[in-house]
Each structure stands twice: as C-alpha cells, then as structure tokens.
Design a protein around this ligand. Sequence first.
Ligand SMILES: Nc1ncnc2c1ncn2[C@@H]1O[C@H](COP(=O)(O)OP(=O)(O)OP(=O)(O)O)[C@@H](O)[C@H]1O
Length: 234
Amino acid sequence: MNRRLRVEQLHKTFVLHNQQGAELPVLRNATFHVDGGECVVLDGQSGSGKSTLLRSLYGNYQPNGGHIWIQHQQQWIDLASAPARTIIAMRRDTIGWVSQFLRVIPRVPTLEIVMQPLLARGVERQACEARASQLLSRLNVPQRLWSLAPSTFSGGEQQRVNIARGFIADSPLLLLDEPTASLDSRNSAAVVTLIEEARERGAAIVGIFHDKAVRERVADRLYTLQPVTAGAES
Ligand SMILES: Nc1ncnc2c1ncn2[C@@H]1O[C@H](COP(=O)(O)OP(=O)(O)OP(=O)(O)O)[C@@H](O)[C@H]1O
C-alpha cells in the first residue's frame, strides 16, 4: 500500500463577517484516503462542499478541525496545521493543482506560465521548455499562442494552459477542480489521457468532475459529501 493522503474528521465552517458573523457549516467529519495510482472523485449535490474540501487540501482554506495528512518528502505532514513555509514547499514538491480558472499574470507568456512549477523545482530551463511545449501540443494549444500572455485567450484555451501547468511537474498528489469544465470532447479526451498517465505513474489524484462520462472513466472510487444540515451540526 502506498498511501499518499489521509483526510481525518475535517471540519470547516465559514463565518460571514459582512453578514453579522453568520456561520455556515460546510464540512463535518470529512474522512477519506487516497493511495498512489488511485483517483478519488468528490461527489455530492451542489453546495455539499466539494470545492471547499478540495481547496482545503491545497491549503487555500484553513479547516476548523481535523487533519490533512500528506506524504511529503517521505514524511507525513498535516497540512491543516502546517506553517505557511511548509505549505509552500508542499505545493512546490508534492501537490499539483488545477483550478477551474487560470489566474492570469499580466505580460507573462504562456510557455513561461506552464513551465514555472518545474523551474521552481530546479529543473534546467531547456528541459522545462521541452516538457511545456509537449504538453501544450498535446492539449491542442496552437504554437502561435505560446509566446503570448493568456489574458486574451478563450476560456477553453486558458483552461488548457492551466492543465498543462498543473501536470508539468509529475506531482505525487494531484488536485483537479473540474479540469474539463470548459473543454470540447477532443480536449476533454486529451485531459482524461493525462489523468490516466498520471495514475499509471503512481500519482494519487483527487478531483471534481461534473461531466458524468469523464467521471466514470477516471474514478476508481467516489467520496460522497452530504450537505451539512443545522440538525447535523455538532
Ligand atoms: N469563501 C466562502 N465563503 C463563504 N461561504 C462559502 C465560501 N465558499 C463556499 N461557501 C459556501 O459553502 C457551501 C459549499 O460550497 P462549495 O462550493 O464547496 O460546494 P460544491 O459542492 O463544490 O458546489 P457545486 O457543485 O455547486 O460547485 C456553499 O453553501 C457555499 O455558499
């Protein structure tokens, strides 16, 4: 067994400071694990907390309780209580992330955006460029766009740049937030192939996929979230 992620009894309540401090409980006792070579898909109705859970696994949200144990450099680290510098190191070396939308940095060319995670790991520039070019080609991003900043790209083009960036570093743990949401069937199929390859090389994958066909193709298991009701709060 090659366990990579253990989520234990995770709690998250949002506090809406601009609305009289109203409290919105979203995660209660979320508990699951993911092994290397496995893709676990987060499931549950709209508003059940799938994105909140995925973002918590990347350290974007601070949970109110519970643990997010991640194998990082042969050690188990609890991301839920890790200091910021450890989270940065985990993101650099262990956790790959594909969000729904590309955070466009003005004036930075596409090729540079895609190869940045690999450069950050100290890989030689030429090798980074080669890998970024290969991924952009596989995702059908035309070469004429590679030297341009993606701020003017279409939604689907931006998403494919985002995916290339997320897959470039062969991260041991991959978090995918609807990576195929704005893609046509051809590009969706290219992403599914990337996911299958990542799984074959032993990556542990957690994802949200609203597209049923994609979900059925990539999911080894589902983790189903139940919406937290007032009566279920503890
Ligand atoms: N930053 C935030 N601040 C306050 N409330 C939030 C925040 N993010 C999410 N929520 C609330 O948490 C609940 C769960 O939202 P979340 O986006 O995690 O659900 P989801 O299962 O991913 O939904 P969908 O399938 O519709 O994308 C929602 O009621 C939402 O309003």
